[in-house]
Design a protein around this ligand. Structure first.
Ligand code: FEO
Ligand code: CA
Ligand code: CA
Ligand code: CA
Length: 697
């Protein structure tokens, strides 16, 4: 539906963001979270294998989807031991065969010519490669979806079409040349979607409904083009798996907090069902072939925080929710369409968001499940692997400044192909939070980025148990309270405040776990520590975790920073000792992924070096460890999301999120016209080598 006042111009929303992102991004993506006070007021010290399921019930269908790490494990169903506190003094040593040494002969075979940083309104790839759009905002997902019409969009059409701001991307092969692609739709830029849009208060109700329907996720069938690494959307035929999930989709709440009084509302007096998911950022998959999608900045969708009972206000504030009468800038005013978004009337509704949601891509009629055992936070993602004894482990970051790193370890063990055993493994287990300790004297962490005298930002860590089923390990909090107000619980046990923990992935080759820490311009000189060694950290860094005995179920770990990002001429940067004259500048790592060779692919969000975001690759082993090279640049204003290198290593998918999201841009004055020369449209793209070679060669 066209806006009635197409020529009104958008007011500048705020001064430029302290990092590299447009202030427009801040208003729409995370409700200007950075402009608010840090929501972690705790006085915590500043330090303080996916198995290929070849014999699954769906057999080969799912086998290729599950990534590469094959673990040999005696898999028998048995209860996990009661978690014991780790002894932080017992440092875990890096194994030489995990990291290797610079100077060893290992070569990655990454020989592509890096792309140069730029500000072009284009998706650029190295010489010898090509790229194309697979699916864009408004493309048909469900049969009967009308053709996209920018000036005549409707909520009904949007609910059948591909949503906005694509983020997490995952891929389930349906044979060699067909696949299912799942994509999250994190949030919407109404001011780029509607002519004359000013804010949620002035928006038409239809515009608000369109925005709602453009959230959630899409599952689409795609097909290989010819014999290349190019893939395209299937737009005809039955497409029996295609699905849209939105804030209107019926979902089930499961796990230890299901049925809690904290989750009960007028619409759901049992506290066991909820409508929809919000702000789904990154995600993961399970060994049994389901999707895990992470509700991130869900706190921005509610108003009326002033009207909640007084004793709830501290918990709201801890999640960055306003408790004043002011309507937050950038509010989409969902409450004008559905009363449940007004906290004064429905104070518990917000507790029903902020979870990891599990979705079965192979059953279009299945009900998505919010798994409360994994805690509630600004979930960036949940990436899974197996402990040595077969228990399922999910690694998770809470993406806000000074937040924490978590992992969940299931009680039961994963049994390949035993669906009834596996299906609810995410409902019972222990949730842990990470505490990191540096091994260098505090005086040597001087904020300059200079390495301490032992030659590394590194140290040891422990996983502190928070809750296991109905048992809380946090004094003064019940298990339900720990799960619903996980940040509050983690504050109480001395978890380590990190510089925006984002995506985590386990390396299929060396078994170590890697976490992107995007940035934190609020960290002061007095707050630096060995794991977050720079004040006013604009460019972020990468954390490498080596679990004790390489067991993802361990309670202790060693850690190191293999990459401290920025312009390589900036002396505060570190590229694992690799020759800095040969690396690409990199800023604000966000989503990460591995190829089968164990190279880390890094997507950036908010490049603070003044050029567009991009996709980079960094080897982690041997003489090429730290050799960061840029593989792609995004169109103007866009962030790189969801990188995925297919198992055959002939295709790399990226989600191009919010092209043209620059303060002052409007549909009548767009800052990007990617991909079609018209209005910018968030899209998933694929890149491939024109001669069919392995990605990166
Ligand atoms: Fe949605 Fe943390 O990026
Ligand atoms: Ca050290
Ligand atoms: Ca992101
Ligand atoms: Ca990832």
């Amino acid at each position: 539906m066209a806006n009635p006042s197409p020529r009104r111009t958008l007011p500048l929303l705020s001064t430029p963001h302290k990092g590299g992102r447009s202030s427009l991004t801040c208003a729409f993506r995370c409700g200007n979270a950075c402009a608010h006070e840090v929501s972690n007021p705790s006085d915590n010290a500043y330090f303080g294998d996916i198995v290929t399921e070849a014999l699954s019930r769906r057999g080969m269908l799912r086998a290729g989807a599950l990534g590469a790490l094959v673990v040999s494990t005696g898999l028998v169903g048995a209860a996990a031991a009661v978690p014991a506190a780790a002894d932080p003094g017992d440092k875990v040593k890096y194994k030489d065969d995990v990291v290797g040494g610079n100077g060893s002969g290992h070569s990655t075979g990454l020989t592509f010519t890096p792309v140069a940083p730029n500000k072009l309104d284009a998706l650029t790839v190295p010489p010898g490669y090509d790229q194309s759009v697979v699916v864009r905002w408004g493309d048909p997902v469900l049969p009967g979806a009308p053709a996209f019409n920018f000036d005549n969009q409707t909520a009904d059409a949007q609910a059948k079409q591909f949503g906005y701001n694509c983020d997490f991307v995952t891929f389930f092969p349906l044979g060699k040349d067909r696949a299912l692609l799942w994509v999250n739709h994190e949030y919407t830029d109404e001011n780029l979607m509607f002519r004359g849009y000013t804010d949620g208060t002035a928006a038409t109700l239809e515009q608000i409904k369109i925005g709602m329907a453009a959230h959630g996720g899409s599952l689409v069938e795609i097909e290989r083009v010819g014999k290349t690494g190019k893939w395209a959307l299937v737009t005809s035929g039955r497409r029996k798996y295609n699905r849209r999930v939105t804030p209107a989709t019926a979902m089930r709440i499961s796990g230890p907090a299901a049925g809690s009084a904290l989750l009960k509302t007028t619409a759901d007096p049992q506290g066991r069902t909820v409508k929809g998911m919000l702000n789904n950022c990154a995600g993961g998959t399970t060994p049994w072939g389901t999707i895990l999608t992470a509700e991130e900045n869900w706190n921005q969708y509610f108003v009326g925080g002033n009207g909640v009972p007084e004793n709830q206000k501290a918990n709201l504030a801890r999640y960055g929710v306003s408790t004043t009468t002011a309507i937050p800038s950038g509010s989409r005013r969902f409450d004008r369409v559905e009363e449940r978004f007004d906290l004064a009337k429905h104070p518990n509704e917000i507790n029903r968001f902020g979870w990891i949601v599990e979705i079965d891509p192979f059953d279009p009629d299945s009900t998505p499940i919010k798994r409360t055992a994994l805690g509630r936070m600004a979930h960036e993602a949940a990436t899974t692997t197996l402990a040595k004894d077969g228990r399922l482990v999910a690694y998770m970051g809470d993406d806000s400044r000074f937040e924490y790193i978590y992992k969940f370890v299931s009680k039961g063990r994963y049994i390949p192909g035993h669906d009834r055993n596996n299906r609810d493994l995410l409902d019972e287990g222990t949730l842990y939070v990470a505490k990191l300790t540096g091994d260098s004297p505090a005086a040597e962490i001087d904020g300059s980025g200079k390495l301490p005298s032992d030659g590394a930002f590194d140290g040891s860590g422990e996983w502190i148990p928070l809750v296991s089923g109905n048992k809380s390990f946090v004094p003064g909090m019940t298990a339900e309270e720990v799960l619903v107000f996980t940040r509050v619980a983690a504050d109480k046990v001395g978890a380590t405040k990190m510089d925006r923990p984002e995506d985590m992935e386990r390396n299929p080759v060396n078994g170590a776990v890697y976490l992107a820490l995007t940035n934190n311009t609020n960290r002061t000189a007095a707050q630096v520590d060995e794991a977050n060694p720079r004040p006013s950290n604009r460019h972020g860094h990468i954390l490498e975790i080596v679990e004790q005995k390489d067991d993802a179920g361990a309670l202790k770990f060693a850690w190191s920073l293999p990459l401290v990002c920025g312009d390589p001429t900036d002396p505060s940067t570190y590229f694992s000792g690799f020759d800095k004259t040969k690396v690409s500048p990199i800023s604000c790592p966000d989503n990460v992924a591995f190829d089968k060779d164990g190279n880390l692919w890094i997507a950036t969000d908010g490049n603070a070096l003044g050029t567009n975001d991009g996709l980079f690759v960094m080897p982690l082993k041997g003489k090429e460890r730290g050799w960061v090279r840029q593989f792609m640049t995004m169109p103007y204003g866009a962030e790189t999301c969801g990188p995925l290198v297919t198992d055959d290593q002939r295709s790399v998918f990226v989600a191009v999120q919010h092209p043209g999201e620059i303060t002052g841009a409007t549909p009548d004055n767009p800052s990007s016209r990617w991909p079609d020369g018209d209005q910018p449209r968030p899209s998933v793209a694929v890149a491939w080598h024109k001669q069919g070679k392995k990605i990166g060669s």
